[in-house]
Design a protein around this ligand. Structure first.
Ligand code: SF4
Length: 74
């Protein structure tokens, strides 16, 4: 299995996702459905909420599949 890293670029945050680590707990999609929606492509919309709120929520991902990088915005 490859260690694939997907990146979703927002204006203030880059969301990083490693699919093979995901344990499908649903924490991300239940907590911030506007940002994490598996019915949409791409399934991560990093501009759909405040970057700080997304970062806080990513901290709750139990597997570490989701990570982030906050951008300065300039
Ligand atoms: S919170 Fe993390 S482990 Fe749970 S579904 Fe989302 S990415 Fe996967």
């Amino acid at each position: 299995m490859t260690n694939e890293l997907k990146q979703y670029y927002g204006k203030k945050i880059t969301v990083k996702f490693q699919p093979e680590k995901c344990i499908h707990s649903g924490v991300c999609v239940k907590g911030l459905p506007a940002v994490f929606n598996v019915s949409k492509r791409p399934w991560v919309e990093p501009d759909a909420d405040a970057a700080e709120a997304i970062a806080r929520h990513i901290g709750k991902c139990p597997s570490g599949a989701l990570q982030y990088e906050l951008l300065d915005g300039f």
